[in-house]
Design a protein around this ligand. Structure first.
Ligand code: FE2
Ligand code: FE2
Length: 307
């Protein structure tokens, strides 16, 4: 395998310490951008850069970390200037690229991303409401994670959580399904009901997510707990362990996750429901039968009140 890999076009302009290489023939690469400067600075004197630029395989994680910083700075500016379309575009890019490389050293980078949304300027701009797009056409795992994060932040603001608590719940929402990055894509996007075997594999995204997140350097164990327990139900009917004692944050994320999936699921065999039907038919039934905590359900409805 070559030591060099194609650099992602979306990350190119954020690299500072990562050198870029140009492929001149077969397996011959020459340095194009040295460390310490940005491509943008070079292009002023050299014109357009080659169509394809490469980085060393060993620089991949550091490159992603530099790109995350760049994306976060951009995101902060878009939030400050109240540009919802750009906010969404940048957020999708940073989450997409982080989830493509889900491991310790990369996942921690989205902590700053969520931090931007709990800042005062974000709360004032109402940017969270514009993120909760109930008729998303480009629905994907990334969009689902972003929507769950946005709903979790809205819930936190409604409950008057501190900024630190809101950031934690937002991060729990954004990363709750990170284990799905390890599940076969055919199973994730199967336009039909899954076989028992496939469903068993799908369920394992909880344990896989927990393992990924426990290896990360987050300040809280709740982030990994949310990945593990967000499909558990308090009557013991959930998975992967059939727990009845579930801590608060995984219960909140589980409820929001269910609401988001019902209102946004565009898989061909199931159509999306409107918010009213999701809350009053499906989810209420599960509250009455003892799967979800009634207080959390009531709080969720109230937090959605001004959507
Ligand atoms: Fe899940
Ligand atoms: Fe989910």
């Amino acid at each position: 395998m070559s030591e060099y890999i194609l650099a992602k076009a979306s990350q190119l302009n954020f690299y500072i310490n990562i050198p870029l290489y140009h492929n001149i023939k077969d397996d011959t690469y020459v340095l194009y951008k040295p460390t310490g400067i940005m491509l943008g600075d070079m292009r002023i004197s050299e014109g357009m850069h080659p169509h394809e630029l490469f980085i060393k395989q060993s620089d991949k994680l550091t490159g992603l970390q530099e790109a995350q910083k760049g994306f976060n700075k951009q995101l902060e500016n878009y939030v400050k200037s109240s540009d919802p379309a750009k906010v969404k575009e940048t957020l999708v890019a940073v989450v997409d690229e982080t989830l493509a490389e889900p491991r310790s050293g990369s996942l921690e980078g989205v902590s700053d991303t969520v931090g931007i949304f709990v800042s005062d300027y974000s709360r004032e701009s109402g940017v969270i409401n514009s993120l909760i797009d109930l008729s998303s056409k480009d629905y994907s795992s990334t969009m689902h994670s972003i929507n769950v994060m946005a709903l979790a932040l809205k819930y936190s603001f409604h409950m008057n959580f501190s900024s630190a608590e809101a950031k934690l719940l937002g991060l729990c929402g954004l990363l709750h399904d990170v284990g799905k990055t390890k599940i076969n894509n055919e199973i994730l996007s199967a336009p039909r009901k899954l076989t028992d075997e496939e469903f068993a594999e799908m369920k394992s995204h909880t344990i896989l997510g927990y393992k990924i997140l426990i290896a990360c350097k987050f300040n809280s164990k709740e982030i990994a707990a949310c990945a593990l327990d967000h499909h558990e139900k308090i009557d013991g009917s959930g998975y992967p362990n059939g727990k009845t004692r579930i801590s608060q944050l995984p219960q909140i994320i589980g409820l929001i996750d269910c609401y988001e999936a019902l209102t946004n699921d565009t898989r061909p065999y199931r159509t999306a429901m409107d918010a009213y039907n999701a809350l009053n038919q499906i989810i209420l039934k599960d509250v009455v039968s003892g799967k979800y905590n009634k207080n959390l359900y009531t709080n969720l409805i109230k937090s959605l009140g001004n959507l």
